[in-house]
Design a binder for this molecule. Structure first.
Ligand SMILES: C[S@@+](CC[C@H](N)C(=O)[O-])C[C@H]1O[C@@H](n2cnc3c(N)ncnc32)[C@H](O)[C@@H]1O
Length: 236
């Protein structure tokens, strides 16, 4: 499935969109997702400090993407194959019969965000990493794709190499949601993978955990991927 590139239509009043305004619009529109307001606000703040493009793994209906795009000035690469076969039971329920990629784009358009800097990539995380469609150096990576052990570890192993020193890596569903323990092993896997001196834990907002990349080199060998080859205009 081809990626959808940022169009050349100018964005409407993106500068003016606060996190609170995005949240209000999302509630009005009934945009589906699992972020709470504090987590959305943290994504917005993280985007604001990113000095290189941002990657999101797991876009669903584009709720989190909107905060990343509204909060920062960098391009946001939003990766999701939008394939119901990859949804968990809850996602199947809330998106029954609908194309989440189209819903996401309509929502971004309604906010005036899409045209400016969101690059929608309708591929799996692995395909996207290999494709050469995502920049090699990223200011932030937000992981919220497949929540099973394989995908969580795979996403970290694919993308952690690309976070620039000073950048961040954020993981959703890392901890408890309210009083409910999470059914996944995301926290344990993060503890195993993000252990080196190249990562500083920067705290969690509810179930959104954040690590900062230090200036120490990442140990080991990154996966083989194609070099980034931009195919469209993305304004910074
Ligand atoms: C929890 S939802 C993301 C919610 C979204 N970040 C938000 O806050 O609104 C998880 C998404 O991950 C996607 N996904 C599942 N496996 C994936 C994979 N291997 N690569 C990329 N995305 C994947 C699903 O299609 C689904 O849309």
């Amino acid at each position: 499935m081809p990626s959808k590139r940022a169009s050349s239509r100018p964005a409407a009043s993106r500068e003016a969109l606060s996190a609170g305004e995005v949240w209000t619009q999302a509630v009005k529109r009934g945009v589906r997702g699992w972020l709470d307001g504090a987590e959305a606000d943290r994504l917005y703040q993280l985007a604001a400090v990113a000095t290189d493009p941002i990657l999101e793994v797991g876009t669903f209906c584009g709720l989190s993407t909107a905060f990343l795009a509204a909060g920062g000035r960098q391009a946001v690469y939003a990766v999701d194959p939008c394939d119901p076969l990859l949804f968990d039971r809850e996602q199947v329920r809330v998106a029954a019969g609908q194309d989440t990629g189209d819903l996401a784009r309509e929502w971004w358009e309604a906010l005036g965000l899409d045209a400016e800097r969101i690059v929608q990539i309708r591929l799996t995380s692995t395909e996207a990493a290999r494709s050469g469609e995502v920049p090699m150096v990223l200011g932030g990576v937000f992981v919220d794709g497949g929540h099973d052990d394989f995908n969580v570890r795979n996403d970290l192993d694919l993308w952690r190499w690309r976070v620039a020193p000073g950048g961040w890596l954020a993981m959703h569903d890392w901890g408890v949601r309210g009083e409910q323990p999470q059914p996944w092993r995301i926290r344990q896997i993060c503890a195993e993978v993000l252990t080196g001196p190249e990562w500083d834990f920067a705290g969690a907002t509810h179930s959104l955990a954040v690590w900062r990349r230090t200036s120490r080199p990442v140990a080991g060998r990154p996966p083989r991927v194609q070099k980034f080859e931009p195919k469209g205009e993305v304004a910074a």
